[in-house]
Structure formats: structure tokens, C-alpha cells
Design a protein around this ligand. Structure first.
Ligand SMILES: [Zn+2]
Length: 623
């Protein structure tokens, strides 16, 4: 979930990487004490022998649990209690080996054990899932829930019931796996392989040849406007040259997903994915995407403010999208860790004592919870590592003091503290799993608070403008790019099902139609018509993009609530985080925070925030 998230953000964050700092090599973020920024694995198991012995015991217990298929209403609560206990026990091994394989991707013993643990855990989940699909459990009434002490498992049982409606007989599932799932994997692999082989027509700069694909994001910061245009055009052409094949793959993936959803009893693939991921009906998502159209002026207004400032700074008569990322007179200085901890704790103070106390502990190297000091053979990932009743850690491939790194720290650390709070309140372990929109909303909220704190601390006008622009880039990317992608995918699924999308031109037209509405640069840049090719999630995880739209809307709402009522916010918010996911996302937000996920006011509020920040930026630029 998190790697995807940052895959999408990679474009924004790469602009903040040390491209600007020639002395990045000499900078030591840990002041000579990098050794202290590795995790203490003994928090999971005292020794490797202890781990091995515990693994044998839990594997045996899970095998015994799998062999016992006599589940009745009378013993259902006992079975679910045992399932919960075993899940926590096996997860301790799972998280431990996950960490070890992140730290050293060549540790084949750890990888082997990780796979074995994963298999044991799948067995546990598999038997529990199959047992709960039985009609007698799907038919449980409220009275029975009380009678058989099952109240705390109510949501778990209701989810199983939902699944039962859409599950096929085992034989059919196997057939579908062989025919359709394999085909989709094959098409996605073809896309991934083609994408990694694309280099484009090389461009000569000072007698040296470069691939436009490789240098594009860096060139966007180059002061030479002719070069920026030339590389950008070559970059778009590199992908556009393969658009026929890639469009065919995309249309076939879409067709397969539509068929699979229908076979499982859903109206459409969109209906299935929105229901499972967002817990919202398709009509509701379509309505939200439709309403977005009314607010295109909010993005265009921000683009206008930014373009005017670039004109003022560079003297360019016309500003293009490839001019919009030029540095604006402020340079971020790499931040040593010693300064990050107080900065983050200050930024998160509005979330209350309990939250910040946990974050302070996480960021204290003495506690051995951080694994961020870099090293050879590390996996390229940034994530929290933990589970209910299992020690919590924070893994980052490295920390080098860029603004991107500080954002990752407060984002992934946010996931870790959320898990810690759920763990502290001893929720039903499987209620740790919730819809990613809420997970991501909480973590992105931290990023917004960080940018606020940085802007407040900053003394210079240019610096304040820089952080305000970062805030706006974050909002415009998560709100508008997600809305564009969401509308594109919705249009694609509808068009393929309806027979109106059959060729590369059809896909280009769909994309251009949406972009012309939102993006003020797009109409003058026909080179970008096949830009959808670079939207990897559209191929690798179809219909996921719209999740970011909902997540940021929730973040913005939390941000506004915190500012409007700082006194009561922290208490309500901490209670929400501690609760875990024992109800649909919309119900939880309503119950704890008093707002609804399914309403136009969420959109209006977020765009109001974007308008305010745009006026602020315009004011700062005018000084
Ligand atoms: Zn995340």
C-alpha cells in the first residue's frame, strides 16, 4: 500500500531530492552516529533460536486449528478467539522476517523463513475464511450474536457474509484463476517489461547523449527553457511511440476485469472495486467525480498564480507544464536527524499528548524502533512494520535529510503510531485491517501538519512561499490528479463495457477530454495526449487511483476540524485511531468525527482550503 503511494508521489518528491545540493555526498544526517539508527531485533525475539522454537510451536498450533473443522454456533466465539491469538503469534514472526528481508534483500534464510511463515498464516486465514462462509454463520441474528458472546466479532462476521454472496464454487475459482487471472498477470507483465525498456530517442547535451526518459524529471529544474521543452517533447514521444500496443493491453485488462466481476455477481468491475475498497456504491463515486467538474477553476487558478510568478522570474512570455517546476528562489537545506525529531513533535502537537508521546518514543534511537540508516542490499521501501500485540518499527531505505525524507518519516511514522494506538487498546486483531483511504488519510494529514510547521518556523518570504507551494502541490496532486485519473478509469471501464473504446485513439481522446477540462496547460500541449501510459497504477492496480481522492478529502477535513476546534479535536481523533476498523469507514468517521464520507461538503471544504492557500501564495509572491 505504501510503496504504491510513494510510487505515485515519486514525481513530486524527486523534485526535492539532492539534485539541488552538490554537497549531498558529504552530508551526514546522523552526526557520526548512524549505528544507533538500526532496529533492535531482540524486541521481537531474544535470539534466533528462540524465534525458531516459537515458530515450531505456533505452526503446530495452527495445523491443529486447521484440522478441527467442527465449527458450531456454540463454539464459534472460542474458535474466533483462538484464531485471533494465533494470528498475533504468527504475525510476530511475519513482521520480524519482513524487517530482516528489508534490511538485507540477499538474506536467503530470512526470505525462506518469511515464505514459510506466510504459508502458515495463509493456511490460518484460509480455514477461518472457509468456515465463516457456511450458511449457518452467514444467517446469524443480532439475538444470536449476544447469546453466543459474538458481539465483538459482528463486523468480521458481516464481512464474511458479504463475501459469501460473491464467492464461486472452488472448481469455478480454479478455472477462473487459470484462464483469466493468468491472462491479466501476463498483460501486466508485458506492460511492465515494455515500460522498463523504453528509453526514447537520445538527446545530445554538450556532446554527450542522454535518454530523455532518464533525465526528464531533473531537466524540469534546468534554467534553459529550450532544453526543458526539447527533453519533455522527446520524453512524451518515447511513450507515445508504443501507445498502440499499450492501449491494446489496457483494453484487454479492462475487458477481463469486467468479465470477472460479472461472473462473481457484480454489476461491473467498478462496482466491485469501489464496494470493496471504498465501501461506497458506484453511483456515489460517479457523483463525486461528476461534482469535481464544477471545481476545475480551483486548479486553474493555482496554475495561473504559479505561471505568473514564473513569467515574472524568467521573462518567459508563455509558461508550459514543463516550466512549472522551476525552483523559485528558496533551497531546502538537508536536515540532520537531531533537528527532525523536535520539528516533527512540534508539527504533531495538535494531535495531543498520547499521540506525540508515542511518536517521541518511535523517534528516540535508544528504543531501537527505527531502521533508517541505510546500507548495502536494502529493499527500496518505506513503511511501518508491526501488528496488534507485536512490536512496532519504522523502516526506510535511507534517511538523507531531504524534504521528501522528512515527509516520509512523518507519513510512515504516522502508520506506525496508528498501529501502536490500536495495539494499546487491544482491538480484535483482524480489525487492524481497514480501507486504505482511512490509513492514508491519517498519514497524509501528518504531512499537511508538517508543511504548516515548516512554514510557521520559516522567517523568509521565499521560504514561506516555498512551503505554501509544497502544500498546494500536495493538494492539487492528490485532489485533481486523482480526480483526473479516477474519471479516466471510470470512462475506460464504461467505454470498454459499452463497446465505444476499442483503439489507442479512443483512449487518447478519453484522456484528452478529461485533461482539457481540468489542466490549463494541456490544450496547448498535444504531445501529452498519451500521458495515461505513465500512470502505472491504471495497469498494475486498476481503479485504485480514486482512493487517493477520498483519502485527501478526509485529510483536509481533519485538518480543518483541528484548526477550527483545537481543544476537542485531539481527544476525538485519538479515540478514532484507537478504535480500529470494526465498522465501514463512513460509519467510523460519522461516529467519531461527525462528518460523512459520502457528501459534496467534503469536496467543497477541501477546495476551500486549496483556494485559501492559493490566495496566501499569491500574497507572498506579490511582496
Ligand atoms: Zn501510507
Amino acid at each position: 500500500m505504501h510503496s504504491r503511494y510513494y510510487h505515485k508521489l515519486a514525481f513530486i518528491l524527486c523534485l526535492l531530492l539532492p539534485w539541488l545540493h552538490t554537497n549531498a555526498q558529504q552530508f551526514d544526517p546522523f552526526d557520526g552516529n548512524a549505528a544507533a539508527f538500526h532496529v533492535k531485533l531482540s524486541r521481537y525475539f531474544k535470539t534466533e533460536e528462540d524465534e525458531k522454537a516459537a515458530r515450531v510451536l505456533v505452526t503446530d498450533s495452527i495445523n491443529r486449528f486447521k484440522a478441527d473443522t467442527a465449527w458450531t454456533l456454540n463454539n464459534l466465539a472460542a474458535h474466533l478467539d483462538t484464531y485471533s491469538r494465533l494470528l498475533v503469534a504468527i504475525e510476530r514472526h511475519n513482521q520480524y522476517f519482513r524487517l530482516r528481508t528489508y534490511i538485507n534483500k540477499n538474506d536467503s534464510l530470512a526470505r525462506q523463513a518469511y515464505n514459510q511463515v506466510d504459508e502458515v498464516e495463509s493456511g490460518l486465514e484460509g480455514i477461518t475464511g472457509r468456515m465463516l462462509l457456511q450458511p449457518r454463520f452467514a444467517a446469524i441474528t443480532e439475538v444470536q450474536l449476544k447469546q453466543y458472546q459474538l458481539t465483538k466479532y459482528k463486523f468480521l462476521l458481516s464481512k464474511a457474509k458479504e463475501q459469501a454472496v460473491h464467492s464461486l464454487p472452488e472448481h469455478d475459482e480454479q478455472l477462473l484463476g487459470k484462464v483469466s487471472d493468468d491472462m491479466i498477470d501476463h498483460l501486466t507483465d508485458r506492460y511492465d517489461n515494455l515500460m522498463s525498456s523504453i528509453t526514447g530517442d537520445s538527446i545530445t547535451i554538450k556532446n554527450k547523449k542522454y535518454s530523455p526518459v532518464k533525465i526528464w524529471s531533473g531537466i524540469l529544474q534546468n534554467p534553459d527553457s529550450v532544453l526543458r521543452r526539447q527533453v519533455s517533447e522527446a520524453y512524451y514521444k518515447a511513450y507515445s511511440d508504443h501507445a498502440e500496443v499499450i492501449a491494446a493491453a489496457l483494453i484487454d485488462i479492462t475487458r477481463q476485469k469486467n468479465i470477472l466481476a460479472k461472473l462473481r455477481g457484480y454489476k461491473t468491475a467498478t462496482d466491485r472495486v469501489y464496494g470493496r475498497r471504498l465501501q461506497l456504491a458506484e453511483e456515489s463515486v460517479k457523483k463525486m467525480l461528476g461534482e469535481m467538474n464544477q471545481y476545475a477553476d480551483v486548479l486553474k487558478n493555482y496554475q495561473r498564480v504559479q505561471a505568473n510568478q514564473i513569467k515574472k522570474q524568467t521573462g518567459l512570455a508563455t509558461v508550459h507544464s514543463w516550466d512549472a517546476s522551476l525552483p523559485m528562489g528558496f533551497t531546502w537545506q538537508p536536515l540532520p536527524f537531531a533537528k527532525v525529531r523536535p520539528l516533527i513533535l512540534d508539527a504533531l502537537a495538535p494531535l495531543g499528548d498520547e499521540y506525540t508521546r508515542h511518536f517521541a518514543a518511535l523517534l528516540d534511537p535508544a528504543n531501537g524502533q527505527m531502521e533508517i540508516a541505510g546500507g548495502p542490499n536494502r529493499v527500496n521501501e518505506n513503511t511501518s512494520v508491526g501488528f496488534i500485540g507485536v512490536p512496532e518499527s519504522l523502516y526506510m531505505k535511507s534517511y538523507n535529510g531531504t524534504l521528501g525524507d522528512v515527509s516520509r518519516l512523518i507519513h510512515e511514522g504516522g502508520h506506525a503510531i496508528h498501529e501502536q494506538l490500536m495495539s494499546d487498546s487491544r482491538i480484535v486483531p483482524s480489525y487492524k485491517y481497514g480501507p486504505s483511504i482511512l490509513y492514508e488519510a491519517y498519514a497524509m494529514f501528518n504531512e499537511l501538519l508538517l508543511l504548516d510547521a515548516l512554514e510557521k518556523q520559516e522567517k523568509t518570504n521565499d521560504g514561506k512561499a516555498f512551503y505554501t507551494k509544497q502544500f498546494l502541490d500536495k493538494l492539487s496532486h492528490e485532489i485533481f490528479t486523482s480526480a483526473e485519473e479516477g474519471a479516466f478509469e471510470q470512462g475506460l471501464y464504461d467505454g470498454v463495457a459499452g463497446g465505444t473504446i476499442n483503439t489507442r485513439d479512443d483512449v487518447d481522446k478519453l484522456y484528452a477530454g478529461i485533461m482539457n477540462k481540468y489542466d490549463s496547460y494541456f490544450p496547448a500541449e498535444p504531445q501529452r495526449k498519451s500521458e495515461w501510459i505513465n500512470k502505472r497504477l491504471v495497469f498494475d492496480d486498476p481503479l485504485y487511483n480514486v482512493n487517493y481522492l477520498y483519502a485527501i478529502l478526509v485529510s483536509c477535513k481533519l485538518y480543518q476540524q483541528q484548526h477550527a476546534d483545537p481543544k476537542t479535536f485531539a481527544v476525538k481523533y485519538t479515540a478514532l485511531l484507537k478504535n480500529g476498523f470494526d465498522a465501514p469507514a463512513a460509519d467510523l468517521l460519522k461516529k467519531f468525527m461527525g462528518f460523512s464520507l459520502d457528501s459534496g461538503s467534503l469536496l467543497k471544504d477541501a477546495l476551500g482550503l486549496m483556494r485559501d492557500k492559493t490566495s496566501k501564495l499569491e500574497g507572498l509572491y506579490a511582496r
